[in-house]
Design a protein around this ligand. Structure first.
Ligand code: BJ8
Length: 425
């Protein structure tokens, strides 16, 4: 792959040497974490292929569309409505920010005590190692947390940026503010693309994005079975790929995978023994290629059955109503749907606590792991409340604070082993 796409990467302004280093680092990790798993569903081959060509085929597709006049809109948060981007014939791409590789580059500018997700995303632009960033015409940022908000100000020195203001409270005033932001975003996208968003296009885009949500809901439902028919690592990878693959193709592939996995359930076949401790992970998102915690848990004998995160249920749980109507009406529906996301940037955010308990019951979990990226204060503080509600429910909790480096892997393993031991007793 490296040879085939070098010309394209050079044209995109990629730092080729650094980029080689990145790809060479990811390949063996993927081999160890993913390809070493036994008896995976055949449908995972598509996702292996996508990751194996992560900076090749899809970037090439985007560039081709861009050459024909389409705009690429890059995002970092599940608050940015893909429906609006697609309705304007632009292409949304969720940028990955899950690797340690780009962190030291970011630290040349940003303070070290900043969350790894923020540093990783910034480092990709600064180091010119992400062809998705380089292909994009606009990055959409948001005001969800202070670190991101201020990072976007600096990122704006390097790339065109549009910022969406996400309210802190889900009050009527907050809802009005957010509805206004969604309208402003629609106008920004229209300006970028030169395409006025029409009601029928918005309706079509809504159905398409809902199809993606439905496909992921279907996949997650299979994980409620005992034994669980697919590893948590694989299920998370499927979710991570959703952020940048073509939506229609992705939906088709996920549904094909679901059919196969449902067949496994009917045959009583599982990826883990039926008595493997069932774990729910909750907390900060895990952007590709952050597979660290899943790998530690699953190689220790646990089965990760659900993720309450933005690379999990928060991404797809709620649909946008598909009842059409004027553009204004649809934008209102879109705004309301996105405002239901239970991000810790809201106060209060009790719906997330309710969700964790509900998911714990539905997926019959034996324990919860609260995954917190270091220096993410909103999730770290909310973990106090998560701990309380889980204690009331009698569900054991392991709180983890980590980053993208492997330095703490040994210590995490020890803590995970002890946690699983306690659950098994
Ligand atoms: S909706 S969770 S994707 S903001 S981990 S950068 S919060 S310091 S990622 Fe998120 Fe949107 Fe919320 Fe979801 Fe800041 Fe915390 Fe870092 Fe975070």
């Amino acid at each position: 792959m490296t040879t085939d796409y070098r010309q394209m990467w050079a044209e995109l302004g990629i730092d080729l040497d650094r980029h080689d280093e990145l790809l060479n680092a990811i390949a063996p990790i993927y081999e160890e974490i993913y390809l070493s798993q036994k008896d995976r569903p055949k449908g995972m081959e598509f996702f292996d292929f996508v990751v194996g060509n992560i900076h090749g085929i899809r970037v090439h597709e985007l560039r081709k569309r861009a050459m024909n006049g389409s705009k690429v809109v890059a995002t970092y948060c599940v608050f940015v409505p893909d429906e609006i981007v697609l309705a304007a014939d632009a292409i949304p791409v969720g940028l990955c920010a899950g690797t340690q590789f780009s962190v030291p580059i970011a630290e040349e500018v940003l303070p070290r005590n900043t969350c790894a997700l923020i540093k990783s995303s910034f480092g990709f632009k600064l180091g010119r190692t992400c062809p998705y960033v380089q292909t994009s015409h606009l990055i959409v940022g948001e005001t969800t947390c202070d670190g991101k908000k201020k990072m976007f100000e600096i990122l704006a020195e390097y790339h065109p940026i549009h910022i969406m203001e996400v309210p802190n409270k889900k009050t009527e005033a907050g809802r009005n503010l957010w509805r206004g932001e969604v309208i402003a975003f629609k106008e920004a996208i229209e300006k970028l693309t030169g395409n006025e968003i029409q009601a029928d296009r918005l309706d079509q885009a809504t159905k398409l994005v809902n199809d993606r949500r439905r496909a992921l809901q279907r996949l997650y439902n299979t994980r409620k079975a005992r034994p669980v028919p697919i590893s948590g690592k694989d299920a998370m990878l499927v979710t991570q790929v959703a952020f940048y693959d073509d939506v229609a193709r992705y939906v088709q592939q996920v549904n094909a995978l679901c059919e196969e996995v449902e067949g496994r359930i009917a045959a009583g076949k599982g990826g883990f023994p039926a008595d493997a401790p069932r774990i729910l992970i909750t907390g900060t998102p895990m952007a590709i290629p952050n597979w660290k915690l899943h790998h530690i848990l699953e190689t220790a004998g646990a089965a990760v059955v659900c993720e309450e995160s933005c690379t999990g249920t928060r991404y797809f749980s709620d649909l946008v109503p598909e009842d059409g109507g004027t553009v204004e009406r649809q934008l209102g529906n879109i705004a309301d749907r996105y405002l239901q996301i239970h991000c810790a940037c809201f106060t209060p955010n009790d719906e997330r606590l309710d969700d964790i308990i509900r998911l714990g019951r539905e997926y019959q979990v034996d324990g919860v792991v609260h995954n917190n990226l270091q220096f993410c204060h909103t999730y770290a503080n909310e973990a106090v409340k998560v701990e309380r509600v889980l204690a009331k429910e009698g569900i054991p909790l392991l709180r983890i604070e980590t980053d993208y480096s492997d330095e703490d892997a040994g210590q995490l393993r020890t803590r995970v082993d002890a946690f699983l031991e306690m659950i098994r007793k």
